[in-house]
Write a new protein. Structure first.
Lengths: 405, 226
């Protein structure tokens, strides 16, 4: 049987100064927990955002060029600022787009307006989309009921339905007489499936009606608010964008193509930058931990100078003394890292639940990898902090050390 | 008596460089100690006997001159070789016992054995040595702080013997003990000498020195001729 007497000495020294060692290890615990839970939060946020965005990432949105605009900004629910009378995509432009981009995926035009609505006694504002019948069948998924067939029937998004307590058969009054708007009553025939945030069309919080009804209500036939291209292959995004721009923007900038995959990249990169930044701040706690480990190690060396002298005088090598103190640092680091890992799983889970809202990505490689990574950082910090004290201990003059009280 | 002396100092000088001027601790010292001798090195404090002890113990190297321990010149040794010399050739017995506080009495004796053999003692040597110095199994489980001075010094003697050293080097071995216990320790050392071991005692106590076969008196870093 073989037992490492040097390791034994390290272990016993820690046990002898249990409280002090524990306090030093707590610094590492805090550091590990801070880094890994922040890292996990970032990873979960990225994955959750990516998941939400990738559903719409294969979409190109062609909008009339309003001059200067055309970045990757999202029109939020209810946003209707882009539909002034002169700003539209004409039927000819749409056909051009369909001709050049049709081979990359499905091209469909979309009308969009924002109007005051009334359900019972409740007033509100809603985004109203107008779509061609054939597009509705492809783009929309009905959760309950059916797609509108008649001119006075509409489908609504699930959030909208919930907010206004709408069910199949409910009636909505669109338009406000006070603002000289056409007032029309429509009937809900279907409630759509939840789609999530999207750049091309946000149906969750909107009313969707057939093109005919829309034009009948708001006019402007063939004056589309935007044209969407649902790509078959997301890697065609750049080519398709160029093709459309080449075709329509030859003389002057007529349309702006918004590529949502680029937007997704920029969002995920922003999230990861933020994560790195937050982790760096969390890393400061490890710096504090390093100082405390260093302090404890120096104290341990100073207290044990005489013992080091004895060890050296009876034949303990420098390297063995060095090893003894490095072990001590590693044990502190290990204990801190293990406790930290357990706590960061608990705390990380809570942080992710609170900040991201869902823990469905928590037990994934990308998220959990932060636990071993931060453990390794914690242990490395401990070893790093222990090197100088250990080196000092190993290089003490045995005669001087023996003389110490 | 073998031809090669256990310890041989030839013209050994040790100088401690200080800002206020160099201190000559050992001044062209020449001593020869043969195997099996029982030697007392005596002298007043400041005479240089501690410095001499550190040189013989392989803890320090002379500034000039030749110092051979078991035939090997220690001035040419690296720190690692010196450490190995201390581990294998020298058994140290200190005034303050100098047991390792974290280890039990048994483990203290076993410690140099493990360093040397890289394994625990399964030969029973440690237990035998402890029994030999009158430390029973139950006492051996205790930490040094739980033992009396005399018991600690007995453990220290057992520790010094565990690697079967060529030299037993004792630095005021009775200095921290009462007269009766001190006498017991001296008896033990005498017995070890009678078994053929080389014992060197550094002391300023004449009654201790008197028990040795030979006394080397040091004064101002030089051997005092009788």
């Amino acid at each position: 049987m073989k037992k490492d007497i040097i390791l034994q000495l390290s272990l016993r020294s820690i046990r002898l100064n249990f409280l002090r060692s524990l306090l030093a290890a707590i610094g590492i615990v805090i550091g590990v927990v801070a880094i890994s839970s922040m890292g996990m939060m970032g990873a979960n946020m990225t994955m959750s955002v990516t998941e939400e965005l990738s559903a719409m990432a294969n979409v190109l949105v062609v909008k009339p060029d309003s001059g200067g605009g055309g970045g990757g900004m999202m029109g939020g629910p209810g946003g209707s600022s882009s539909s002034s009378d002169d700003d539209y995509i004409s039927k000819e432009q749409f056909e051009d787009i369909e001709r050049v981009a049709g081979k990359y995926g499905m091209v469909y035009p979309l009308y969009q307006e924002s109007r005051t609505i009334e359900v019972g006694d409740n007033e509100g504002r809603a985004t109203i989309y107008g779509m061609r019948d054939e597009d509705m069948a492809t783009v929309l998924t009905v959760e309950e009921g059916a797609l509108p067939k008649t001119s006075s029937s509409v489908v609504v998004g699930p959030s909208f339905a919930e907010r206004h307590e709408l069910t199949i058969g409910s009636r909505i009054t669109i338009g406000d007489e006070d603002n000289n708007e056409t007032v029309q009553k429509v009937r809900v025939v279907g409630i759509l499936e939840e789609k999530g945030m999207s750049m091309d069309i946000n149906t969750d919080n909107a009313i969707v009606m057939p093109e005919k009804s829309y034009v009948g209500m708001f006019g402007g036939e063939g004056k589309y608010t935007q044209v969407n291209v649902i790509l078959n292959d997301i890697s065609d995004a750049d080519t398709a964008t160029e093709t459309i721009e080449d075709k329509l923007n030859r003389k002057e900038d007529e349309v702006a193509v918004q590529d949502s995959s680029r937007m997704m990249e920029s969002i995920t990169s922003t999230v990861s930058t933020m994560t790195t930044f937050v982790m760096a701040i969390a890393g400061i706690s490890l710096l504090v931990a390093a100082t405390s480990i260093f302090n404890v190690m120096m104290m341990s060396v100073t207290e044990r100078i005489r013992e080091i002298g004895i060890l050296r005088s009876i034949g303990t090598q420098k390297g063995e003394v060095l090893r003894m103190f490095i072990y001590e640092a590693v044990i502190l680091g290990l204990v801190g890292a293990v406790i930290g890992a357990i706590m960061s799983l608990i705390l990380g889970w809570l942080v992710v639940l609170a900040m991201v809202g869902t823990t469905e990505y928590f037990f994934t490689y990308q998220s959990l990898i932060y636990v071993p990574v931060s453990m390794a950082i914690g242990i490395a910090i401990c070893i790093f902090s222990g090197v100088y004290p250990a080196w000092r201990a190993a290089n003490l003059d045995p005669i001087e050390a023996l003389r110490a009280d | 008596m073998t031809a090669v002396p256990v310890i041989e100092l030839a013209d050994v000088t040790k100088i401690y460089p200080l800002a206020s001027g160099d201190v000559v601790a050992l001044d062209h010292l020449s001593i020869r100690i043969d195997k099996g001798e029982f030697v007392a090195i005596m002298g007043p404090s400041g005479s240089g006997k501690s410095t001499l002890l550190n040189q013989i113990g392989g803890l320090d190297v002379p500034t000039s001159g030749i110092l051979r321990i078991t035939g090997k010149n220690i001035r040419q040794m690296s720190d690692e070789e010196l450490t190995n010399l201390r581990l294998n050739a020298i058994g140290y017995i200190f005034q303050k016992f100098n047991l390792i506080p974290l280890l039990s009495a048994y483990e203290n004796v076993e410690y140099p054995f493990i360093l040397k053999h890289r394994c625990n003692d399964d030969t029973g040597r440690v237990s035998q040595l402890l029994a030999g110095v009158g430390i029973n199994r139950r006492m051996a489980e205790h930490k040094p702080a739980e033992l009396s001075g005399g018991q600690q010094q007995r453990v220290a003697i057992a520790r010094a013997l565990v690697n079967d050293p060529d030299i037993l080097l004792c630095d005021e071995p009775t200095g921290n003990l009462d007269t009766k216990t001190g006498a017991q320790i001296m008896e033990m050392l005498t017995a070890l000498h009678n078994q053929g071991r080389t014992v060197i005692i550094v002391t300023h106590d004449p009654s201790v020195g008197a028990q040795a076969e030979r006394i080397i008196r040091i004064k101002d870093g030089k051997v005092e001729e009788p």
